[in-house]
Design a protein around this ligand. Structure first.
Ligand SMILES: [Zn+2]
Length: 136
């Protein structure tokens, strides 16, 4: 079985459900905000050393989340449908809440995008280059 390549669709569905893109093991997350350093099942590196990559991508997520909350609130305030100070409070609380709730989803997206672009980075997709050890 040396041609057990993992398809992009499989990476997508695994990563979006919080499972390891390499082996499908459920346990990508250490907690709500952190990924495990390595997959507990297949030992694939999940948290890259160059954490700037993840930080950069989740920052974009933050900005998006904040914009999604703040723009509708601004519109409601401008239309006099919402008291300004209530609007400010909703914008602040809403942004924090949204970022917190979306954080694991953003991490999933980062992992998903990363491995969909670079499918050969997955240990299971590297087998053909490595000498086979499991021959018996
Ligand atoms: Zn794994």
């Amino acid at each position: 079985m040396d041609s057990m390549k993992i398809e992009r669709g499989e990476i997508f569905s695994r990563a979006m459900t919080g499972r390891c893109p390499n082996c499908g093991h459920f346990g990508m997350f250490k907690n709500w905000f952190r990924l495990n350093k390595r997959c507990p099942s297949c030992d694939m590196e999940l948290e890259k050393e160059e954490s700037g990559f993840y930080f950069g991508t989740t920052s974009i997520g933050y900005v998006l989340a904040i914009v999604i909350v703040i723009i509708p609130v601004c519109i409601l305030v401008v239309l006099n449908m919402l008291n300004m100070w209530l609007g400010v409070a909703i914008a602040i609380v809403g942004s924090i809440l949204l970022c917190t709730l979306l954080y694991p989803i953003m991490l999933c997206w980062v992992i998903m995008l990363y491995y969909i672009v670079q499918t050969e980075e997955l240990p299971k997709n590297q087998k053909e280059n490595a000498p086979s050890v499991t021959d018996s």
